[in-house]
Write a protein that binds this ligand. Structure first.
Ligand code: BES
Ligand code: ZN
Length: 850
């Protein structure tokens, strides 16, 4: 059992190699002659074991690369007690954005400069130093970095000493708290920091490569606000001695919660607040708050094993909402959370979904756990529970859980126990169905005499699972009788009166007596429940009559989202859904529009080319009125959400609606802005760029490639990069594809660009050919989650021919994307193709009328 690591690492940023030595204090509990620990892509040259006053035992080293382990054999038996294990090793700063890796950026003179950073979660600390690389082996880390004197080093804790020795700077960091290996971090480079702000007794700084400090203020503000919020909520001080937020130019994930040294991709931390859209700012607030939430949930208290990763990620996602909502209540963060909830529904409505908590063996399986079920479904069911128990009781349970398991590990049962003590009721009966079983219920609502009849059944899009999935045995069988304990919140609307009823649905069906004056019924009032609702025709009609003002935004969001899900599942004819969308022309909530435009995008992917003009006309009919009313420039008294809505709707009208007038106006405005003749609202500008790309030619493409290269902020760079995906001409699609493997696009972004192209109508066939031909190259170049993320694009290949080709490719190549990922993508593809074959001709007829 390791208890302490004294680590010394000497990275060389010119040769991209590092030397390391460590002394691990280990407790031997029974006599042994062998020691096994994790190591990967390291050469270990020396291993000795000593204890005070005793002889030196030299170990014979063997590496098992397949299992990422290293074995040390000793000639003598090692007796129980405390020992010092000293290892000397060497590794490379790799370019795969995992372990101890290199990143590069261009400095102000255009010269490429190197940087070294780490990313250890889930199982890559073993690539930087030999260790017991499992979350339950918590230990104290004391790190020393030996670096070039011109560079700066940051690690988990404050610097305790720094001295120059010859041509080297030796930086020693304070001991960490007892924590898991995946939370250790070091960053070395020419770094710049903001002045520290004090949050209680914690100094907080934002770090970036030189020249970008002007983009750090917003991240620092939410960093400080959320840290203070969490100290209050958790009732425990921040567990570290300082907090650094670091923007790394190459970063595989969005951000990583290393204790005291949180790392981010640049778009998730740095921003010019005055030039950003609401969504871009919200993203940064979310990510920063999320990682700060982990300092307690994840870092101080850690799951026993990776099957319980939801305890980390669902909680951090839930807490992120609470913190951002407290920071900017006007952002209505919980309404926007509806978008996340529906992303979870989309996967959890598959036969190939999985329970939130799910067995994990090998590292690849751990990696596959970082998905919408862990994050978004997990956060949704926590929100449902919080609302059911009451926020105060819930918080009390969380506090007790953290106090009890601080500096230690815990499992789901421990959380239930703590919440149960706070609530004075047993939690497992209520929650186990949501955590340990796959899927979610659809609650149907109908009237029978004076009663409301509510019944639950598991929701799936397809009646049957796919019968064959490449590389898998027989498909899982859905338990249709599966039941949940569903906390229902129902609002009964009478003429001028309104009443809320809470019912815990524990059986298949329940009946609620209705007062005679009831005029309409809202099931899932407030929208916190993780279930979909299917209203009978008359109940739905009564709700539609109350639109828009009679329902809260999240309720309208759910009404439309549930209707669309029912349509995709074949429970509502497409004509009815499209008629329903006409009732939302007056809608002014940006989130509700996400459902509307999302469903129209899906239709765009499945329709026959001849139906496209009809769909474009329908899109214009639904959106044009709103754009006309909103105009192209903000009014003085408008809030941020309204501005974001304007940007979103203009974009949809100019791209999906292919509206010539909108495209002309966009071109004019963009040109005026470029020559300084006008200003454009930051929320509208990215839409202009997207519209110009949609209608753009080779000259525009060149212009945007240049703008991508010259971008002044991470957000601007992203806008021009993703705009490239929108160009229609074939040679331009080919150019963008080439950039996904030729080094012009960072490997942190390339998989996402390829994914986006696979999901476009004009580019998908070319992109699919390209991906098939270059799969191995991509596998070699991309960071580890890259292929899995890119492959999601196959869900957009929604024609029967392409679907066959997808099955053939994955079948032949026997590709494993980890966990159930591939099965899920293939099922989502089948759902799209099924929608096309089932609704296609009626959809054609409907669109022909437009
Ligand atoms: N712990 C994760 C980072 C991570 C993700 C490590 C996957 C290893 C594999 C971090 O807390 C996280 O969740 N990051 C998110 C952003 C967050 C705001 C949802 C991410 O990287 O996407
Ligand atoms: Zn997280």
């Amino acid at each position: 059992m390791p208890t302490r690591y004294d680590l010394r690492l000497t990275p060389d940023l010119t040769t991209f190699a590092f030397d390391g030595e460590e002394t691990v204090t280990v407790t031997v509990t029974e006599p042994v002659s062998e020691i096994w620990l994790n190591a990967a892509e390291l050469t270990i040259s020396e291993a000795t074991l000593t204890r005070a006053g005793g002889p030196v035992h030299r170990g014979t080293i063997s590496l098992d690369e397949a299992h990422e382990r290293c074995g040390l054999r000793f000639a003598e038996t090692i007796a129980p007690g405390t020992w010092l294990l000293r290892l000397v090793f060497r590794g490379t700063l790799n370019d795969k954005l995992r372990g101890f890796y290199r990143s590069t950026y261009k400095d102000q003179s255009g010269t490429t400069r190197p940087l070294a950073a780490t990313q250890f979660e889930a199982t890559d600390a073993r690539r930087a130093f030999p260790c017991w690389d499992e979350p339950a082996f918590k230990a104290v880390f004391a790190t020393t970095l030996v670096i070039d004197p011109s560079l700066t080093a940051v690690s988990n804790t404050a610097i305790v000493s720094e001295r120059i020795e010859g041509a080297r700077k030796i930086v020693a960091f304070a001991d960490t708290i007892k924590m898991s290996t995946y939370l250790v971090a070091f960053v070395v480079g020419e770094l710049e920091a903001t002045e520290p702000v004090m949050v209680g007794r914690t100094p907080l700084r934002v770090w970036c490569v030189p020249g970008k400090r002007r983009l750090a203020a917003f991240g620092r503000d939410i960093g400080a606000a959320s840290l203070a919020f969490f100290e209050g909520y958790y009732g425990l001080p921040y567990p570290g001695d300082k907090l650094d937020l670091l923007a790394i130019p190459d970063f595989a994930a969005g951000a990583m919660e290393n204790l005291g040294a949180i790392t981010f991709r640049e778009t998730a931390l740095l921003v010019d607040e005055a030039a950003a859209t609401h969504s871009e700012l919200e993203r940064i607030a979310d990510v920063v708050a999320h990682e700060n939430a982990h300092m307690w949930f994840g870092d101080l208290v850690t799951m026993d094993w990776w099957n319980g990763i939801w305890l980390n990620e669902a909680f951090a996602t839930f807490m992120e909402m609470l913190a951002v909502d407290a920071w900017k209540p006007e952002w209505q963060r919980w309404t926007t959370f509806g978008v996340s909830r529906s992303a979870a529904f989309a996967v959890d409505g598959l036969h190939s979904t999985r329970p939130i908590e799910f067995p994990v063996g090998a590292p690849r399986e751990a990696d596959a756990m970082f998905d919408v079920l862990t994050y978004e479904k997990g956060a949704s069911v926590l929100r449902m529970l919080e609302q059911y128990l009451g926020p105060g009781v819930f918080r009390e349970g969380v506090r007790e859980y953290l106090r009890r398991h601080a500096y230690d590990n815990a499992a789901t049962g421990d959380l239930w126990a703590a919440l149960g003590r706070a609530a004075g009721q047993a939690i497992p009966a209520l929650m186990d169905g949501w955590i340990f079983h796959p899927g979610f219920p659809m609650v149907s609502a109908r009237l029978d005499g004076g009663q409301l009849v509510l019944a639950q059944q598991r929701f799936t899009y397809l009646p049957e699972p796919l019968d064959s999935v490449p590389g898998r045995g027989s498909a899982p069988v859905v338990d249709r009788d599966q039941q949940w304990q569903v906390p229902l919140q129902i609002r009964l609307e009478g003429s001028g009166t309104s009443r809320v009823e809470r019912v815990l649905l524990t059986a298949r069906e329940t009946r609620v007596p209705l007062p005679g004056t009831t005029d309409a019924v809202v099931v899932n009032e407030g929208g916190h429940g993780f279930y979909r609702v299917r209203y009978s025709r008359d109940l739905l009609d009564r709700l539609v009559r109350r639109l828009p003002g009679g329902l809260a935004p999240i309720e309208r969001f759910n009404l439309l989202g549930d209707a669309w899900a029912a349509t995709v599942a074949g429970l509502m004819p497409i004509e009815e859904y499209l008629d329903l969308t006409a009732e939302f022309r007056g809608e002014r909530d940006k989130n509700v529009w996400v459902i509307l435009t999302g469903s129209l995008h899906m239709l765009n992917r499945i329709i026959l080319p001849g139906d496209r003009p009809g769909l474009e006309r329908l899109v214009r009919d639904r959106i044009a009125g709103a754009v006309e009313e909103l105009g192209w420039a903000p009014r003085p008294d408008e809030d941020e959400l309204r501005r974001q809505l304007r940007g979103d709707l203009i974009r949809a009208l100019g791209t999906l609606g292919n509206d010539p007038a909108t495209q002309a106006r966009a071109a004019e405005l963009y040109a005026d802005r470029q020559r300084g003749a006008t200003t454009v609202d930051p929320n509208v500008l990215p839409s202009l760029i997207a519209i110009l790309a949609h209608a753009g030619d080779a000259a525009r493409y060149e212009e945007f490639v240049k703008a991508f290269r010259a971008a002044a902020t991470p957000q601007e760079e992203q806008r021009y990069l993703y705009a490239l995906v929108g160009f229609q001409p074939r040679p331009l699609v080919e150019q963008t594809l080439a950039k996904t493997i030729n080094g012009e696009i960072r490997t942190q972004d390339a998989p996402f660009v390829a994914r986006s192209l696979l999901m476009t109508v004009q580019g998908r066939e070319l992109a699919w050919d390209f991906v098939r031909a270059n799969w191995d190259t991509m596998d070699r170049l991309y960071p580890k989650h890259g292929l899995r993320r890119m492959a999601e694009g196959v869900t957009g290949l929604a024609t029967p021919e392409l679907e066959r080709s997808v099955h053939a490719f994955f079948g032949e190549r026997k590709i494993d994307l980890g966990g159930k990922t591939l099965e899920q993508y293939l099922e989502q593809l089948r759902i799209a193709v099924t929608l096309r074959s089932r609704e296609g001709s009626r959809l054609s007829a409907y669109l022909a009328r437009w």
